[in-house]
Design a binder for this molecule. Structure first.
Ligand code: FBP
Length: 546
């Protein structure tokens, strides 16, 4: 029993989603390999896959492998959006599937993201070329990009390229937005009668592309381990020097999965979780007050140092700034507005939002006006919220000092951990997971499937026992407001406040705030017991590997 929808309700697609994807309706999840069923693809004669925990190869085809009469395939692959460790192994997984099951097949890598499809810019990926990139971080073999294929003329161009290259399949490795775009492509190809199937692969360090069928996105494991190592190092420094508070902003966009995982790994004085703020409608002043309380309590114990973690999406979740951003998005979507001219903007904002806008430091104001990314997202990676928070905390502590309520010392330093975690050499988990997802994506294309995301679950077991298959992209969708319009998009998975991961943090955070319970996990291990592919994030472990 594979449930038909991420929440098991069988009905997550509302009418707007259904209306946008008429050709992808009624698709069933696909099981390529399941431990319980020992399944072949929906009972057909599809390949049964065989697990291997090998860092290099991940999942591999079992015997019998292809005979010389196996159909040759032509498959395209594109990496979309931000880098995530393991991307090269997805490509390797697809290539290995084709080599083993459909010898003589061709794998084409589109350069520079979806834009490479439109520009027909590609390279043929051979085993020789692949060898130098297996298990390496980065996306530099073919590059990536944030372009999207959405306008009718671009969809037509993509269809022309797929036809000209005689592609049986196109594999899109991306986050929620890129996989939404994969569904748009799948729908468009099908509506045009093309036989090219489109299959997504869940990629993003942010960890927010997950649901009942997608256990985790690739790259999250590695990025969290890189950041946790660095945070652990800062903790050792803080404990030695005893004179700084370190404010560490972490990548992850609107979701706080990375911050939460790093907090569980390292035990900081505080970790701000956006989803909790959102839920409790905490304002900026409330957050500052709580942090000041922690600093003041520690100062009484002679501890004028500490570590504060905050997610980059914090700025969007503070209610007053969230409301401002929402209005700015609508205003900026109006092409008549000149964003460089503050006066013209000011006349468009409601008085409440204008007051918030004017309260913010100039740099933050400018950062909020930056162009949205092609998917309509605020570029939170470029907004220095850690500096804003530090400034406000300094003011609050200064106020308390004047009133005689704070007599400690306070010196803050800010850090942003983001890009350095996105291209690290993948952990053994990500290396294996990615090779498996690539292999599965290849098998789904070979079976003529479209509009599915390649999945692997039961990840707490040995790789040989993982369940591997494909899940309909449209079943992961909801309607969101983007650039002033309602759009069907893949649902972003946010931290669940009643879930076991946040629960674990909530139980311990008060102790961590006052005590020095620091944990410095050290660097990623590639060999020995700590390198085991099953040694994945606590976020996954607390969910039983899903
Ligand atoms: P994806 O959602 O495409 O995986 O990108 C993730 C991310 O690393 C975010 O955490 C970050 O906010 C953003 O990319 C930064 O984007 P850019 O590389 O365009 O600066």
């Amino acid at each position: 029993g594979v449930p038909k929808s991420p929440n098991g309700s069988g009905n997550t697609c509302d009418d707007k989603v259904k209306g946008a994807f008429p050709h992808l309706q009624g698709q069933e999840p696909v099981v390529l390999k399941s431990t319980s069923a020992g399944a072949a693809l929906n009972g057909s004669s599809a390949p049964v896959l065989n697990g291997s925990a090998s860092r290099t190869n991940g999942l591999q085809a079992s015997e019998p492998k292809a005979n010389s009469s196996a159909r040759t395939l032509r498959v395209g692959i594109v990496l979309s959006g931000g880098q995530a460790p393991g991307g090269h192994n997805v490509i390797a997984g697809v290539l290995d599937y084709l080599t083993e099951r459909h010898p003589g097949s061709t794998l084409l890598g589109f350069r520079g993201g979806p834009g490479g499809i439109l520009a027909k810019d590609f390279m043929e990926i051979t085993q020789d070329k692949m060898a130098a990139f297996r298990n390496q971080g980065g996306f530099h073999m073919i590059g990536s990009g944030r372009g999207k294929i959405e306008k009718a003329e671009d969809l037509q161009k993509a269809a022309d390229v797929a036809q000209a290259l005689r592609l049986d399949g196109l594999i899109v490795c991306g986050g929620d937005d890129s996989n939404t775009n994969a569904a748009v492509l799948a729908e468009s190809f099908k509506s045009k009668g093309l036989h090219t199937g489109v299959v997504g692969v869940p990629k993003t360090i942010d960890g927010d592309l997950k649901n009942a069928q997608v256990a985790t996105s690739f790259g999250f494991d590695t990025a969290c381990k890189v950041y946790s190592e660095q945070i652990g190092n800062l903790m050792m420094d803080a404990l030695s020097a005893k004179k700084y508070y370190h404010f560490v902003r972490l990548m992850g966009r609107a979701a706080s999965h990375i911050t939460l995982e790093c907090a569980l790994q390292t035990h900081p004085q505080a970790a701000i979780i956006c989803e909790e703020l959102h839920h409790s409608k905490q304002r900026l002043a409330d957050i500052v007050r709580e942090l000041a309380d922690i600093v003041a309590a520690r100062a009484k114990d002679g501890k004028n140092y500490g570590i504060i973690l905050l997610p980059e999406g914090l700025i969007e979740h503070v209610p007053e700034i969230g409301a401002l951003i929402q209005e700015l998005n609508e205003v900026l979507a109006d092409t008549g507005v000149d964003v460089s001219c503050h006066d013209s903007l000011v006349t468009k904002l409601t008085p409440a939002n204008l007051a918030v806008f004017q309260f913010l430091p100039t740099e933050v104001r400018q950062q909020l006006l930056l162009d949205r990314d092609p998917h309509g997202n605020v570029q939170v990676a470029r907004i220095e919220t850690e500096k804003l928070l530090l400034q406000l905390l300094e003011t609050e502590l200064g106020r308390r000092a004047k009133e005689g309520a704070f007599s400690g010392k306070f010196a803050g330093l800010t850090h942003y951990f983001g890009y350095e975690g996105r291209c690290s050499m993948p952990t053994n988990f990500d290396a294996t997971y990615c090779a498996t997802l690539g292999y599965a994506a290849g098998a789904l294309v070979a079976e003529g499937k479209t509009g599915l995301m390649a999945t692997a679950s039961c990840l707490d077991r040995a790789c040989a026992d993982w369940t591997v298959g494909g899940y309909p992209l449209v079943d992961m969708m909801c309607i969101e407001r983007r650039r002033g319009k309602d759009k069907p998009v893949i649902r972003k998975a946010l931290v669940e406040l009643d879930g076991p991961v946040f629960g674990a943090y909530k139980e311990l955070r008060q102790r961590w705030a006052t005590e020095d319970a620091y944990r410095s996990p050290g660097p990623i291990q590639f060999e020995g017991p700590a390198a085991n592919a099953a040694n994945f994030t606590l976020s996954l472990e607390l969910c039983d590997g899903q």
